[in-house]
Design a protein around this ligand. Structure first.
Ligand SMILES: O=C(O)CCC(=O)C(=O)O
Ligand SMILES: [Fe+2]
Length: 366
C-alpha cells in the first residue's frame, strides 16, 4: 500500500494556568531521568512509598518525552474532535458499552447527569494497543493517517508505565519485573491511549449538577497516566475526605493507581476516588482537552494479592492467598465499564459499591 502523507494539523494552544487560588493537593513529583543508574530505582521507590500508600496519586517527570512529542498528540486529538459528528460518531467506530468494550468513540450529550436534564459534556476516543488481537477493534480512518506516530506514542507510554510498575514491585519487595510482566505491550489487554475533551457548560447548568464534569470514581485498571493538564478541574479525595485539586506539573505526567493494582496489593497501593468539576472562572470557557494512557491488566491475568513479603508482614495477605478463585483482568475491566457506562444517566454513586467475585470497590465513599 503506498504511504499517504498525513494532512497537516493546526497547532493546539496550551491554555494558560489559572490565577485563582485553589485548594491544591500536595503531589509528590518523581524524576525518572536517572532511573537506570545504580541504586536509583530503590531510592525512587522509597520516595514514592508514602504517596502511593496514601492516595495513589503522584507525578513523574524525566520521562524522555519532549514537549513537542506530547503536544503533537494534542494536535491530533484536537483535529479529531473538530471532525463533524457524522464522521467521528460513525457507529462502526464507537465504544460498545453493552459489551463493556471501551475502545473507540464516546459521544457527548447522550447521557443525563444525576437525574437532571443536564447532559454529559465529555467526548473521548480510546485507542487500543497496536497488536494483532486488536486489528478489528474500532480505529477511525482519520486517526489511521497518523497511525505510526500514535503507535510510537502508545508504546512509549507503556514503557514509562513499566518504570512505575518496577517501583511498585520494589515497594512491595517483589521481583522487580513482577508487575511489568503482567502488563506487556504484546499481550492482549484493555489498555488504551485516550484523547478526551470536556465541552464547557453554562454556569446555570453546571450548578444543577453540583458542577460535575466527571462524577467521582476510581479508575478501572492498573495505572492511569494523565499528561499534565493546565485546566484545573481534576480533584482527588484525600484520606481525610477533602476534595483537593490535582496540580499540573510542567512536562510531567500525573499517575494514579487503579482498582486492579489496589486488589493486587491488598489495598496497599491505593485506587483513590477522584472527579472533575467545572474549572475556575478564568478557565471555565475552555474546551478542556486531555491526553491519557490507561494501563489495564493483561486479559488472562489473575487479579489476586501478590505474594509480597511486605503485605504478609503487614497481615494484609495470608499465606493461603494463592487458593482463592481469582477474577481475571478482562472479566473485571469489561464488567466495570458496563456497570459504569451502559445506561442513560450518570447517577450519583455516593455510598455504592461495585462487586465482582471476591473484589469490591467503593465508587464514592459516603
Ligand atoms: O479529565 C481528567 O482530568 C480526569 C479524567 C478521569 O479521571 C478519567 O477519565 O478516568
Ligand atoms: Fe479517572
Amino acid at each position: 500500500m503506498p504511504s499517504i502523507a498525513p494532512a497537516p494539523l493546526p497547532k493546539w494552544q496550551r491554555p494558560s494556568k489559572t490565577t485563582e487560588k485553589l485548594d491544591w493537593a500536595d503531589i509528590k513529583v518523581i524524576d525518572l531521568s536517572r532511573f537506570d543508574e545504580p541504586g536509583e530505582k530503590q531510592r525512587l521507590a522509597e520516595d514514592l512509598r508514602e504517596a502511593v500508600h496514601k492516595t495513589g496519586f503522584f507525578s513523574i517527570t524525566g520521562t524522555g518525552l519532549t514537549q513537542d512529542e506530547v503536544e503533537r498528540q494534542y494536535d491530533i486529538g484536537q483535529a479529531y474532535f473538530n471532525l463533524p459528528l457524522e464522521e467521528k460518531g460513525d457507529p462502526k467506530y464507537r465504544c460498545d458499552f453493552a459489551k463493556g468494550n471501551y475502545f473507540g468513540y464516546r459521544a457527548a450529550n447522550e447521557k443525563k447527569i444525576m437525574g437532571t436534564q443536564v447532559l454529559d459534556n465529555v467526548e473521548s476516543v480510546n485507542i487500543p494497543k497496536f497488536i494483532p488481537s486488536n486489528e478489528h477493534e474500532p480505529f477511525t480512518p482519520f486517526l489511521q493517517q497518523y497511525r505510526s506516530e500514535i503507535e510510537a506514542f502508545s508504546r512509549r507510554s507503556l514503557d514509562i508505565a513499566a518504570k512505575v510498575f518496577t517501583l511498585f514491585s520494589i515497594i512491595l519487595e517483589l521481583p522487580e519485573d513482577y508487575f511489568s510482566t503482567q502488563h506487556l505491550y504484546r499481550d492482549p489487554s484493555e489498555d488504551h491511549l485516550r484523547y478526551m475533551i470536556y465541552r464547557p457548560r453554562s454556569e446555570a447548568d453546571d450548578a444543577k449538577v453540583q458542577n460535575t464534569w466527571s462524577r467521582a470514581h476510581t479508575d478501572f485498571g492498573s495505572l492511569t497516566l494523565l499528561w499534565s493538564q493546565d485546566v484545573a478541574g481534576l480533584q482527588l479525595k484525600t484520606p481525610a475526605g477533602e476534595w483537593k485539586f490535582v496540580p499540573p506539573v510542567d512536562n510531567g505526567i500525573v499517575c494514579n493507581v487503579g482498582d486492579t493494582l489496589d486488589f493486587w496489593s491488598a489495598g496497599y497501593l491505593k485506587s483513590t476516588i477522584h472527579r472533575v468539576v467545572r474549572p475556575p472562572p478564568d478557565q471555565a470557557h475552555i474546551h478542556r482537552l486531555g491526553l491519557f494512557y490507561f494501563v489495564r491488566p493483561g486479559n488472562e491475568v489473575d487479579i489476586k494479592p501478590a505474594p509480597s513479603p511486605l503485605l504478609k508482614r503487614l497481615g494484609l495477605v495470608g499465606e493461603d492467598a494463592e487458593s482463592a478463585r481469582p477474577v481475571r483482568g478482562l472479566e473485571y475491566v469489561r464488567e466495570r465499564v458496563k456497570n459504569y457506562h451502559n445506561h442513560n444517566d450518570y447517577a450519583d454513586m455516593k455510598g455504592k459499591k461495585f462487586k465482582m467475585g471476591n473484589l469490591e470497590i467503593e465508587d464514592e465513599a459516603a
